[in-house]
Design a protein around this ligand. Structure first.
Ligand SMILES: *Cc1c(COP(=O)(O)O)cnc(C)c1O
Length: 511
């Protein structure tokens, strides 16, 4: 055993192995395992304290923080970051998530001190520039969607859904329609839609999909009645298809006295091309982190502004920006806050930078390129991979496949996704939408070049050929080249270990 400069023993197992310097270990120990609580990473002079300054509240036990030097802490995080797959290290074909490139220009703007360093409790008169930026972002969002109002504050798509549905509920309450307690949700919906409706106390009624993967307009009409508060529909839908009857659906919903909530997570397919307000929607969240290229994933920050139609504008949650001013106490019946302060400023800066650097025509081009790329993948894989709803022809921004081509191979969608990790790719979205058995949902986004798409498609075709040739082992054993093998994902979700417990010292042998 050797001693490091602070007299700490090193080289006694995995924990301290990282502290001694190997950056090739796949098992990165926790900070608490690298450092110990007895030492500090900095040399502080002993302080001569006499008397009781804290009125008896001084700490009685050690703080129990790992005492690391700056390089030790830095290396820990850099090593961890290398275990991560990211859009900056490779293609990220995760359907419904729009993992597009985050232009570095966005980052540069977000770091301008005038935006990065403001404090939410600063006097409003000192943050006029930030308010102007929020006002301009609001203008772009309302223009792109042709809607009357926008609440910027929700911190994720699901949060925007909640804010929008709360506005719908408030609008019904204002007209004494409290008995409307049912929300219609198509079977193909993202899980957040029924969860939002249920969270707000609504009963969820499922609308079946037609055999072509789109919402059955007749089923919607049949379900409408005086108890329906709203429909929550995604367009383009989660099967990657544009809902052809959306205008008829909107009309039927309005005729029945209900509102039309649109899940806007797939706006990347139509931004600058279709304005959802023209289709008759009343509320729609926009995932800035998906459509407008602000970094997301792994619990990172999101921003889910919700746009509202003329009918719902009077019920927008506060605060909102109107004519360049922050409105916190509007006249009328507005909802209260859905977040503390004003939302994710850094994401606003990034999203507006993306909009301004593209312009309206550039955004439309990005949407069209995203659709083109998805159709390229669909065309290249479509002969080998099974395509549900093939009669729909072209897809929008994501290509949907299912696992029927794997039948009899002993390989499942999950195995296939794990094998993709060994090929250096993040897996596609699996088993979603739920209406498709063994779904594989691929969203290449507009960021990827023809070469990247070709390499990805060739990898997918190679895997498919191997699965069909009976080489199930390559799949069921995968991943073998990742830092971790197969994980017990169910147990990880059900029994997460969120707190590090110090190992108990071994009992001393009796003298
Ligand atoms: C991502 C997504 C959501 C939820 O958005 P978050 O920002 O993750 O909360 C809702 N619906 C669809 C279709 C999505 O893809």
């Amino acid at each position: 055993m050797s001693m490091n400069t602070q007299g700490r023993p090193t080289g006694t197992g995995t924990a301290s192995a990282a502290a001694t310097g190997s950056s090739l270990l796949p098992n990165e120990p926790l900070l608490f395992e690298i450092g110990d609580t007895e030492h500090s990473g900095v040399d502080l002079p002993d302080v001569a304290v006499s008397g009781d300054f804290l009125g008896g509240f001084e700490r009685k036990s050690p703080l129990s923080l790992a005492g690391l030097t700056e390089p030790e802490a830095m290396r820990h995080y850099v090593r961890l970051s290398r275990l991560n797959y990211s859009i900056d290290s490779g293609m990220y074909p995760l359907g419904s998530c729009t993992m597009k490139h985050n232009p570095r220009l966005n980052e540069k703007m977000a770091r301008l001190p005038g935006f990065a360093d403001i404090h939410p409790l600063q006097p409003v008169s000192t943050v006029k520039g930030a308010l102007e930026l929020m006002s301009e972002l609001a203008h772009w969002l309302m223009t792109l969607t042709n809607t009357a109002a926008v609440c910027l504050t929700p911190k994720a798509g699901a949060h925007g859904e909640m804010a929008g549905m709360m506005a719908i509920r408030a609008a019904h309450q204002a007209t004494r329609q409290n008995h409307r307690n049912v929300v219609l949700v198509p079977e193909s919906a993202h899980g957040t839609n029924p969860a939002t409706a249920a969270f707000l106390g609504y009963t969820v009624k499922a609308i079946p999909a037609r055999t072509d993967g789109t919402v059955d307009v007749e089923a919607v009409k049949a379900a409408l009645g005086s108890d329906i508060a709203a429909i929550m529909l995604t367009n383009p839908n989660t099967c990657g298809l544009f809902e052809p009857d959306i205008i008829d659906i909107a009309k039927a919903v309005h005729d029945a006295g209900a509102y039309f909530y649109c899940d806007g997570a797939n706006f990347n397919a139509i931004m600058g091309v279709v304005r959802p307000g023209d289709l008759g929607i009343d509320a729609m969240h926009i995932n800035l982190h998906k459509t407008f290229s602000t970094p997301h994933g792994g619990g990172g920050p999101g921003a889910g502004p919700v746009v509202l139609s003329e009918a719902l504008a009077p019920f927008a949650p506060v605060p909102f920006v109107r004519d360049g001013e922050l409105v916190e106490h509007p006249e009328g019946t507005h909802l209260g806050r859905v977040t503390a302060f004003n939302g994710q400023m850094g994401m606003y800066v990034r999203a507006l930078t993306y909009m301004l650097s593209h312009g309206g025509d550039g955004l439309a081009q990005a949407a069209k390129d995203a659709v083109l790329n998805a159709n390229y993948v669909k065309a290249r894989l479509g002969d080998v991979f099974s395509v549900p709803f093939a009669e729909a022809g072209f897809c929008m921004h994501e290509a949907l496949f299912d696992d029927s081509f794997l039948e009899g191979s002993g390989v499942t969608t999950l195995d296939f996704a794990k094998a993709l990790i060994d090929e250096g790719y993040h897996p596609m979205t699996m088993y979603f939408p739920l209406v498709v058995h063994g779904a594989m949902l691929i969203e290449p986004t507009e960021s990827e070049s023809r070469q990247t798409l070709d390499h990805f498609c060739e990898t997918m075709l190679d895997l498919a050929a191997d699965a069909k040739a009976g080489n199930a082992e390559r799949f069921t054993a995968a991943p073998t080249r990742a830092p971790r093998r197969r994980l017990d994902e169910t147990r990880a979700a059900r029994q997460p270990k969120l707190k590090w417990e110090a190992p108990q010292p071994l009992p001393q042998a009796a003298e």
